[in-house]
Ligand binder design. Structure first.
Ligand code: ZN
Length: 675
């Protein structure tokens, strides 16, 4: 690390700081998703060229597991230390002073725990939210337990919300016994410090190991006595759309429009042990294990009853009632604590971010798949911490007022409304034939509009490669859409991954040719399998899931010019496409009452699986024109691209009040125009 960063002009102090920060950040029992922070006090040259003593401290938005020197912005140390003489300092003032003293004015905001790092004298300061330490500290007698375990090696700091007052208190606790190797922040986490990066890191590991050893002693043999559950539990793919639909927030301005959440399902024996416990309503409803989790998980998860197999109607009713009371309680919680604020707060959306389902597991919820993943990770970590806490005593975190102060922290409130929401944010889209030219262009365009993507393709490797190109949250699945069982299985996978489906682009297709009076029957039947029955199978699965969600949906079919205007020897292709055009209208008619829209795109002349390079060449030769001229035989005289088709699909996905319609994308061809 030292030699690697030396070549980039980064000194050994910061290089070692990056190294041990990554060691800590890479262990999910210490630090998760931006939690925790580290610092080093060193000397750098400022922009003028003067040497200056600075604190390089983790910047907000950086994850310790993958931190770089740029993620540890340098702040002038002397002005930070002078702040300690003040009696009070608002969070806004604190951020301004920190920013005003950055060596690089473009650096990210230093951590909210910057002053705590600055007020301690040690060169290296490490802070984690260790699960084991929290299992001990989040107890009614957490202070006594930590005092006994650490026997003076660590100072104990009472719970105070992160910021100036906590920094002052932590420095006082340290100064009362300067021999300590670190500090336990009760109901929050742990700091260790030393003159070298190695010693600070080793002190952290030693302290955490002591806590882990303590948790291994004197445990209750049965931590969570099990509740009685139904004999057979429904499948997560049946449960998720019901939960997702119940948590969607109907737009007050636009009928049939929703703010939707993406779901992330987790289960394993430890999760099941926890969610199946008879006292789940007690230990799961106490609050967050460390304060900043509530920005991602809210204070409490939603509890729903165990979903008995074959009794999903009952389950749906129970979920609706559970969500209603969760929302009512959230409003009451907000009103209760907002009443004591000098500056009134803006209420956040009242929906849960974690749902616990006895018999099944847990779901994380978020406006994106990434947010849902983070909520689920934090929920899994919470279960570990609470399980250990309950194994040796009683889990008792900070109180509700303290949680409110973090959830409605002024700096977080200031961020509200600043992010521009994409038009399809929170929507889950499935594209069949998604690795082909039109399918992939459409998937990419939907993703750019904010949707989460599942790419289905007959070639599993190409589906996965296409999904990888789109990014980590996209799902790629091999699926032969002419196999109804495979289509159903693929949709189940999508629902397990994202919680549901909102947009389906039924795009997979292929062209068969033959003069209609002479063509082999099998050719026509093969074409009907892919160009008609597969569309029906995809749409049926989509509609089943959309109806379970109860928040409408959008079916999109890739039809063809051939459905309107026959070409010579194109009958085997055009006939099923014409039937699919009719299919689109049938879905529009029969599912409009569910808010499900159904539309199509009629494209023509796109370089794709159907129009292979050889085919284009042979047609151009047959017409006696160049390939370019052949590809632009339309009124506009321009080649039509897969991206043009993709834009039409996105447009139809956004056309909130359009159904039973189709858009022609062919550069202009009046013979194929609707009339
Ligand atoms: Zn912290």
């Amino acid at each position: 690390m030292v030699s690697h960063y030396a070549s980039q002009g980064v000194g050994p102090d910061l290089a070692l700081r990056v190294y041990t920060s990554r060691l800590l950040g890479g262990d999910r029992k210490l630090v998760l998703h931006g939690g925790g922070n580290t610092s080093v006090k060193t000397v750098v040259r400022d922009l003028i060229g003067d040497e200056v003593e600075v604190l390089c401290v983790k910047g907000s938005g950086w994850d310790m597991a993958a931190i770089e020197p740029a993620g540890l912005p340098a702040v002038r140390l002397a002005p930070l230390r002078r702040l300690r003489a003040r009696a009070s300092l608002s969070d806004e003032e604190m951020v301004r002073v920190q920013r005003a003293n950055l060596i690089d004015p473009g650096a990210p905001n230093p951590s909210v725990e910057t002053l705590l790092h600055a007020f301690l004298p040690h060169k290296f300061v490490d802070h984690t939210h260790s699960s084991a330490v929290l299992s001990l500290a989040d107890q009614p007698d957490g202070e006594a337990r930590c005092a006994e375990l650490y026997g003076g090696r660590l100072g104990l700091v009472p719970y105070i919300m992160p910021g100036f007052q906590l920094a002052k208190k932590a420095a006082e606790v340290f100064e009362a016994d300067p021999e300590v190797e670190g500090l336990v922040l009760l109901k929050h986490g742990i700091f260790t410090f030393a003159e070298t990066s190695r010693e600070a890191y080793e002190r952290m590991i030693t302290a955490v190991t002591l806590a882990e050893e303590q948790l291994a002693r004197g445990r209750n043999t049965v931590v969570f006595p099990a509740a009685r559950l139904p004999g057979a539990i429904a499948h997560p793919a049946e449960v998720a759309p019901i939960l997702r639909g119940a948590c969607a927030i109907a737009s007050p301005e636009r009928a049939g429009s929703y703010k939707r959440f993406v779901l992330d399902f987790r289960t394993d024996p430890a999760i099941l042990d926890y969610v199946n416990g008879a006292e789940l309503a007690r230990y799961s409803q106490r609050g967050v294990v460390t304060p900043d989790h509530n920005l991602r998980t809210k204070n409490y998860p939603l509890l729903v009853p165990a979903p008995a197999a074959g009794r999903l109607d009952d389950f749906k009713l129970a979920v609706g009632a559970a969500v209603d009371s969760f929302v009512a309680e959230y409003h009451a919680y907000f009103a209760r604590h907002n009443a004591r604020q000098t500056v009134p707060k803006r209420e956040l959306d009242p929906m849960p971010r974690v749902i616990l389902v006895p018999g099944l597991g847990l779901f994380g919820l978020g406006p994106t798949a990434r947010d849902a993943m983070i909520a689920a990770d934090l929920a899994v970590s919470t279960i570990e911490t609470v399980s250990d806490a309950e194994a040796i005593g009683r889990f008792e975190p900070i109180g509700e007022a303290e949680m409110f102060d973090v959830e409605y922290w002024s700096l977080e409130q200031a961020k509200l409304g600043q992010a521009v929401e994409k038009p399809l944010a929170g929507e889950v889209a499935v594209v069949t034939g998604g690795a082909g030219a039109i399918g992939f262009a459409t998937a990419r365009a939907l993703q750019r509009a904010g949707a989460e993507l599942a790419i289905l393709d007959i070639a599993a490797d190409r589906a996965c490669a296409a999904a990888e190109t789109l990014g980590s949250s996209a799902l790629g699945l091999g699926c032969d859409v002419t196999d109804a069982a495979a289509v159903r299985a693929a949709f189940e996978r999508v629902v397990e991954r994202f919680g549901g489906v909102d947009i389906v682009v039924s795009n997979a297709g292929a062209a068969w040719q033959g003069r209609i009076g002479e063509v082999e029957d099998t050719v026509l039947r093969h074409s009907f399998e892919l160009n008609f029955f597969a569309h029906q199978s995809v749409a049926q699965n989509a509609v089943r899931i959309m109806r379970a969600q109860g928040t409408g949906g959008c079916l999109l079919f890739n039809v063809s010019r051939q459905a309107i205007s026959q070409g010579p020897e194109a009958g085997p292709y055009g006939l099923p496409k014409a039937a699919t055009l009719f299919l689109m209208k049938q879905y529009a008619l029969e599912y409009a009452s569910d808010g499900i829209r159904s539309n199509a795109v009629n494209a023509d002349g796109i370089r794709s699986g159907i129009m292979t390079p050889d085919y284009i060449k042979s047609r151009a030769q047959a017409y006696g024109i160049s390939e370019a001229a052949y590809m632009s035989r339309n009124l506009l005289g321009r080649e039509v691209t897969a991206d043009d088709v993709a834009q039409a699909f996105v447009h139809l996905a956004l056309e909130h009040n359009t159904t039973g319609s189709f858009v022609t994308v062919d550069g202009g061809n009046l013979a194929a125009a609707p009339r």
